[in-house]
Design a protein around this ligand. Structure first.
Ligand SMILES: [Fe+2]
Length: 173
C-alpha cells in the first residue's frame, strides 16, 4: 500500500477545513477549472500552507453524484495530493490500476487529466477515504461513489517539485 497512499500525521483542524470547503463548493472562480479554488482566499488555509510549504496555492473540490465512477486517470499537472474527506466518503472506493505497456492515454483538457481505457487496466489496490491521505496521483486510479448521496472531497495538490516519495518522507513516512 506504501506506493499508493500514506496516512500522515497532520496538524489540520478538520472541522475548519470542512466548513471552508462547504462554503466554497459552489463558488466557482473565473479563469480557473470548475474544481479549483485558491488557498489565498482563506486565512486558515494560508496558515496551513505556512506550516506545510509544499502544499500548492490551489486546491480542488471534487463532488460526484451517487454511484459515480470516474474514468481511470492520471493527474499530469501535480506530483501527489493530500485528499481530505468532506461529505459521504464512507461508501466510496479509490481504486488503483496497473496499465498495459501499450495503453492509449488521452488528455482531457477541462478536467486536466489523462484518461486510460478500462480494457488496458487491472486493479491492484483500493481504499476508502476516511481520513486525510497522501495519495500518489501519478498512478492510474479511479473513484466509485457510494449509492446514497453525492460525495465531496478536498484534494490539496502538492507542488510539482515534490513528488509522492519526497512528500511522504517530509511527512514522516
Ligand atoms: Fe484523481
Amino acid at each position: 500500500m506504501d506506493e499508493y497512499i500514506f496516512y500522515p500525521k497532520l496538524n489540520f483542524d478538520l472541522d475548519r477545513i470542512k466548513a471552508i470547503v462547504i462554503k466554497h463548493m459552489n463558488l466557482k472562480i473565473s479563469g480557473y477549472a470548475t474544481h479549483q479554488r485558491r488557498v489565498c482566499d482563506e486565512e486558515y488555509l494560508i496558515e496551513l500552507q505556512k506550516q506545510y510549504p509544499f502544499l500548492s496555492n490551489l486546491y480542488n473540490i471534487y463532488t460526484t453524484p451517487p454511484n459515480y465512477l470516474t474514468p481511470i486517470h492520471i493527474c499530469p499537472s501535480r506530483g501527489c495530493a493530500i485528499n481530505i474527506p468532506i461529505i459521504y466518503t464512507e461508501d466510496s472506493h479509490t481504486i488503483f490500476y496497473k496499465i498495459k505497456d501499450d495503453a492509449e492515454i488521452k488528455y482531457i483538457e477541462n478536467r486536466i487529466y489523462e484518461v486510460i481505457k478500462k480494457e488496458d487496466a487491472t486493479e491492484t489496490f483500493r481504499y476508502t477515504l476516511d481520513r486525510p491521505t497522501l495519495m500518489n496521483t501519478k498512478l492510474p486510479h479511479s473513484v466509485v461513489g457510494g449509492p446514497l448521496r453525492p460525495r465531496t472531497i478536498m484534494s490539496w495538490s502538492i507542488n510539482l517539485d515534490s513528488d509522492y516519495e519526497i512528500t511522504k518522507k517530509l511527512l514522516g513516512g
